[in-house]
Design a binder for this molecule. Structure first.
Ligand code: SF4
Length: 701
């Protein structure tokens, strides 16, 4: 893990950003740090501009190095001023005690993130349930992966983003990408697609924008946002009509197909064309390309999943994959492209409102007993499931809602839907504590801000988009006195009288996490730091030290009680907020290459800011002409929730009835000030990808 090259010593670790978790070596010990890419199995020496720039931020002048508190306690109009750790933590502990004495335990809440290490995510869930004994905990992955996770759990009995190694993409004859744009979000992953293309593989991209990924595809379908479910049902209708269903696979490995067969009968190609805008000819070509391939992979991502019907949309594509006999066939399958760095591990270890480590249900008595035994507490003392992320945020400061909130690794003032409403709720809190590296938009609202160690200064494990558990290794000491979030939780637990149950040592916590996960679907019991070092990561489930890990799932059976995958009939529903006379266009939101998530880090990078300095709203030349908008003009987007301004990017790469806005910025350019918080009933995913919008020109460049 630590390599010497002459006098330069470097520590092997991984990029702090997306779920590809590219391998890199960071110069050990010295500041400013430098990095070189590593030949890790996911990136094979590649890095994107975000990864290359990541070391810039370690010594950024805006880095938080000391706790901040309000000059006048309780008055959030007074300035944030530097304080001591003792004072800051004293205020936090006092607020927790006061709130719980006055309003009960659930009035103190926790909000986590998909960038926390596995150990931190595990410890945060345990901290909420054991040290605070509150049911109020959820995390920002609810806004990211929850729909795909819900569908995978329903269909396969287990959710692992990609149930096969990333390298399978290179061997597939056909890959269909639905609402996924890896060429911009994780460019080094494109080498696997390119390797497939060199062998003659066909790639189909389903996206309302002709993205960098779509431009390389053999076929690009441009459906209206929010109609991917209808498209998948239409393709399955065609598969049945053409006799292309793998009947033997369906009979041996699945249940529920007859109901789905009856359901998709109504998805005639011409009806699907009317619903989606995808011509019948393109539907047929896609289906025939997919069904005739020996090895085929269908990948969905946020474009398909961040809808009020996101879980059902992912299920529709799973139904198609099952009908064609793909899941579990080596080199084939359905998967989802995870977003955040530890989006996978972040949802496995208990920081979700309804889950315990090992992906166990918090409502299941056997799961409660198992985890309580590992934690050394009475299972009856564990709270029951609480509110999901947006529901938790929307109830802040209200009767029965959270009054004191602890936020780790999350910037909800930018990343939550209807963000200005969330900011208003944050202001309604009695007390807000935020741990972060920088003064994020959420931290600006806090009573106490706690500085946190950054990725290259902390140790732990992450689980990448393939389910491979990898090590984040410490290359540098953090600035004096700055803890990582694992140490912070141990310190807070000690001050709450539960210190004996909380270690600040990552390897100790990982061992405990393994025991807590043992027997669950995400079983880490056989994984150790030493094995990760020796094997370039270990794929879960890995129930014992002798077990080789599981790169490819479902080859023999699915994780359901009867071992069969479940078809489920799902129906297209109109978007919660379709365009109308007042708001005549569809707004969809997404990412750009040189920014990451809420931008707390990447907006502070000098090199990335040169590439993507300002947020740009994309609109089609026909729409721009109609509205009198020219390239670079300032436009105002207005929805029922608010307004935000962007520079116009006039491009024929987008449908004429759709406007795209990136969500990495806050303030007056906050795309999420516009988005619709209508929730998917299963996953509680907000409808980030569709709402009705009006567009006006407000000024020149
Ligand atoms: Fe790799 Fe993602 Fe980091 Fe880019 S952001 S270097 S793709 S891990």
């Amino acid at each position: 893990a630590e390599r010497g090259a002459g006098s330069v010593r470097a520590t092997a670790t991984h990029c702090p950003y997306c779920s590809l978790q590219c391998g890199m070596a960071v110069t050990a010990g010295d500041r400013p740090a430098t990095l070189v890419p590593l030949d890790f199995p996911t990136n094979r020496g590649g890095l994107c501009s975000k990864g290359w720039s990541s070391v810039e931020l370690l010594d950024h002048p805006e880095r938080l190095l000391r706790p901040l508190v309000r000059a006048t306690p309780g008055d959030r109009t007074s300035p944030l001023v530097e304080s001591t750790w003792d004072d800051a933590l004293g205020r936090v502990i006092e607020a927790i005690g006061r709130t719980q004495r006055t309003y009960g335990r659930d009035a103190v809440g926790c909000f986590g993130g998909g960038s926390l290490t596995n150990e931190q995510a595990y410890q945060f869930g345990k901290f909420a349930r054991v040290a605070l004994r509150t049911s109020a905990i959820d995390y920002n992955g609810r806004f990211c992966m929850s729909s795909a996770a819900g569908a995978a759990n329903r269909a396969f009995g287990l959710d692992r983003g990609m149930p096969f190694p990333l390298s399978d993409i290179a061997g597939a004859d056909v890959v269909v990408l639905v609402g996924s744009n890896p060429a911009d979000t994780m460019p080094p992953a494109m080498q696997w697609f390119d390797a497939g293309r060199e062998r003659g593989a066909q790639h189909v991209v389903v996206d309302p924008r002709r993205t960098a990924t779509a431009r390389h595809a053999e076929l690009h379908l441009q459906p209206l946002p929010g109609t991917d479910l209808a498209l998948a049902n239409g393709l399955l209708h065609l598969a049945i009509a053409e006799g292309l269903v793998d009947e033997a696979y369906v009979a041996e490995r699945t249940t529920g197909f007859d109901d789905v067969r009856a359901g998709v009968a109504a998805y005639w190609p011409d009806r699907v064309e009317r619903l989606t805008g995808v011509p019948v000819e393109q539907q047929r070509r896609t289906l025939l390309t997919l069904a005739r391939a020996e090895k085929a992979i269908i990948l969905t991502a946020r474009g398909a999943e961040q809808h009020r019907s996101g879980t059902d949309t992912a299920q529709a594509w799973i139904n198609l994959a099952l009908a064609l006999g793909l899941p579990g066939r080596p080199g084939s399958g359905w998967g989802t492209v995870t977003g955040q760095g530890n989006g996978q591990g972040g949802r496995e270890h208990g920081q979700k409102a309804d889950q315990l480590p090992g992906y166990r249900s918090l409502a299941d008595p056997a799961a409660r007993a198992h985890v309580a035994a590992v934690w050394g507490v009475d299972p009856d003392d564990l709270p029951m499931p609480g509110r999901s992320a947006f529901e938790l945020l929307d109830a802040l400061g209200t009767e029965g809602g959270v009054r004191t909130l602890l936020v780790l690794a999350s910037n909800v003032a930018v990343s939550a839907p209807d963000a200005r409403r969330v900011i208003s709720r944050l202001r309604d809190l009695d007390f807000l504590v935020v741990s972060d590296f920088f003064l994020s938009e959420t931290a600006e609202l806090a009573d106490v801000v706690l500085p946190s160690a950054m990725w290259a200064e902390e140790a732990g494990t992450m689980t990448n988009l393939e389910g491979r558990v990898i090590r984040r290794r410490r290359a540098l000491d953090p600035p004096a006195g700055v803890p990582d979030d694992l140490q912070l939780l141990a310190t807070l637990a000690e001050r709450l009288g539960a210190g004996a149950l909380f270690s600040g040592d990552p390897e100790t916590v990982f061992g405990e996490l393994g025991r807590a996960s043992s027997g669950g679907t995400a079983d880490y019991a056989g994984i150790s730091y030493a094995r990760i070092d020796d094997e370039d990561g270990v794929f879960w489930p890995c129930p014992s030290p002798e077990h080789p890990g599981t790169p490819r799932l479902f080859t023999e059976r699915f994780a359901t009680p009867d071992g069969r995958a479940r078809f489920l009939r799902v129906e297209h529903v109109e978007a919660h907020e379709p365009p109308d006379g007042e708001y005549p266009y569809v707004l969809t939101t997404g990412r750009v290459l040189a920014q990451y998530q809420s931008g707390t880090q990447t907006r502070r990078s000098r090199s990335l800011s040169l590439i993507a300095p300002t947020p740009r709203a994309e609109l089609h030349p026909d729409l721009a002409r109609r509205l009198g908008i020219a390239q670079d003009d300032v436009v105002e987007l207005a929805t029922r929730r608010g307004r935000a301004r962007f520079h116009a990017q006039v491009t024929d790469a987008i449908r004429p009835d759709v406007v795209f806005a990136p969500f990495h910025w806050g303030g007056g350019s906050s795309a999420n000030a516009l988005t619709d918080p209508a929730l998917d009933p299963t996953s509680k995913m907000p409808a980030f990808k569709v709402c009705a919008v009006a567009v006006t020109r407000v000024g020149g460049p």
